[in-house]
Design a binder for this molecule. Structure first.
Ligand code: ZN
Length: 340
């Protein structure tokens, strides 16, 4: 079967996530199907198992799986109610399959749904559920669940970025990495830390492109590089849609609020991943989390373009850094030497 015909078939059969929010089992089937159809460039790894026994998957899309390149790690759906982040990750996967040049210089490791228990619960019980489904040894629903994005072992439990109160929406859990979902992501970082050059955690909402730190307002030392990479994302998204959505670029603590034990601070603080971002997508519905299905394509394609631009920026950065005849810093604004 020709490559063109194959990708057209895939698009027709599996374009469901372009017009509706899929259930978790559909996502699993889609990933499995891609691994079977494209064994040379797609691998699906089971990176962990949730409290309720669901598998957590990561898909690796590479020009050639036998020759791993530097990679971009994208995590979506850590917060159950943020369905649009999961759709966006799936649209990204679909683009990478259909447009091979996107993965020609960097590989993409994508976890489309890190919190499947919470995601399913938000489909069947409580649309605005945010945390995972840890019962926390109580029957009281309000006191259940851990905010996985506060459960990572960098500045864990620090105030005011998280809470020790089980009923809080940002309850950090009993101890760092107490939850199987956060452990799955942490293990992935440990396993691939040498290859990961760009990490992106997708969230909604707020139109923000944010980098560390979340735990302090103290500015990060290479802020200018991180702003430039964020700016590449913003410009690409604007070009794609022709609309300036007013994305702001800055640190998590300054643009949003204090967060401690988050994935983005952890990526930078524990694994020295220089380019680590939290992207807050456009809001949807009254709460900001309940997007209409009509927004899926618009947001998804915009973000694909934006992250593509970030990947190109990061690839260029390391290419120049590896070449000693060229200056280490590709930005014009930063005068300080780069340490990471
Ligand atoms: Zn979130």
């Amino acid at each position: 079967m020709s490559r063109k015909r194959k990708s057209r078939l895939i698009k027709n059969a599996y374009a469901f996530f372009y017009y509706r929010f899929p259930r978790y089992r559909e996502i699993e089937c889609y990933l499995r199907m891609l691994a079977q159809q494209f064994p040379k460039k797609v691998r699906v790894e089971r990176i962990g198992e949730t409290i309720q026994g669901r598998d957590i998957h990561m898909i690796i899309i590479s020009r050639n799986l036998k020759k791993p390149q530097n990679c971009v790690l994208i995590e979506a759906g850590i917060h159950a109610r943020e369905w649009i982040t999961i759709s966006t990750a799936l649209i990204f996967i679909d683009h990478l399959i259909r447009i091979p040049r996107l993965s020609s210089t960097m590989d993409f490791y994508i976890i489309p749904c890190l919190n499947p228990d919470g995601y399913e619960y938000s489909h069947v019980e409580d649309r605005l559920w945010r945390k995972n489904m840890n019962t926390n040894q109580t029957e009281v629903k309000e006191c259940q669940g851990v905010d996985l994005n506060r459960n990572f072992p960098f500045m864990f439990g620090r105030h005011p970025g998280s809470s020790k109160d089980r009923s809080s929406f940002m309850y950090h859990g009993k101890y760092a990495l107490s939850e199987p979902e956060s452990k799955a992501l942490a293990n992935t970082f440990c396993r691939y830390r040498k290859l990961i050059k760009l990490f992106i955690s997708l969230h909604c909402h707020g139109n923000l492109i944010m980098f560390p730190w979340g735990y302090t307002e103290h500015p990060i030392e290479d802020r200018c590089d991180l702003v430039d990479c964020g700016f590449a994302c913003k410009q690409a998204m604007k070009k794609e849609s022709g609309i300036d959505r007013g994305f702001k670029i800055g640190s998590i603590s300054k643009l949003m609020y204090y967060t401690s034990g988050s994935t983005t601070d952890y990526a930078r603080g524990c694994h020295n991943i220089k380019f680590a971002y939290t992207i807050e997508l456009q809001s949807g519905g009254k709460s900001g989390f309940t997007h209409s299905t009509r927004k899926i394509v618009e947001i998804g394609t915009e973000v694909v373009t934006g992250i593509g631009a970030m990947a190109r920026f990061v690839h260029k950065y390391y290419k120049k850094k590896d070449n000693p005849t060229k200056p280490k810093c590709i930005t014009t604004k930063c005068k300080r030497p780069k340490t990471w």
